[in-house]
Design a protein around this ligand. Structure first.
Ligand code: IDP
Ligand code: MG
Length: 149
């Protein structure tokens, strides 16, 4: 089973969308295995977004993610990385598929509501960056057999 790391970003938290976004992932069948509500430090933001350092939007991105609290979560499921990226939609809300979070709630790439890991390697690195092993919960869900083949 694959794990993926998700952030409900400051704009989505401020807009009261933690429940809406979480509900979509739950409804899809993904399983929540870790969650924390936190203010992101400058250091954590810079480590998480190190790959974007030097890009024109980098400073704005760091300001955005540290501007207000976020909900950080780990979700598990078969092909969870692809499934969650699909639920969130393309990076630019105007290119995101109808029905996706970024389409349904967003307009601007710099206020695109969520983060989701983009590969198994990054997923693992991001889970380890944001969560200690003991903060992840391995649990049996009563519906697992009806969602996971
Ligand atoms: P992703 O979040 O869909 O993986 P990335 O390309 O990894 O997209 O970019 C990380 C984040 O940086 C985006 O979610 C968005 O918040 C921000 N970002 C990306 N491109 C731009 C841009 O052109 N202007 C402003 N912000 C951007
Ligand atoms: Mg990315």
């Amino acid at each position: 089973m694959q794990k993926t790391f998700v952030i409900v970003k400051p704009d989505a938290v401020q807009r009261g969308l933690i429940g809406e976004i979480t509900a979509r992932l739950e409804r899809r069948g993904l399983k929540l295995v870790g969650a924390k509500f936190l203010a992101v430090s400058q250091e954590l933001a810079e480590t998480h977004y190190a790959i974007h350092k030097g890009k024109p939007f980098y400073e704005g991105l760091i300001n955005y993610i540290t501007s207000s609290p976020v909900m950080a979560m780990v979700w598990e499921g078969p092909d969870a990385i692809a499934a969650v990226r699909q639920t969130m939609g393309a990076t630019r809300p105007t290119e995101a598929a109808p029905g996706s979070v970024r389409h349904d709630f967003g307009l601007e790439v710099g206020r695109n509501l969520t983060h989701a890991s983009d590969s198994p390697e990054n997923g693992e690195a991001e889970v380890n960056l944001w969560f200690k092993p003991e903060e992840l919960v391995s649990w049996e869900r009563a519906t697992d057999a009806w969602i996971f083949e």
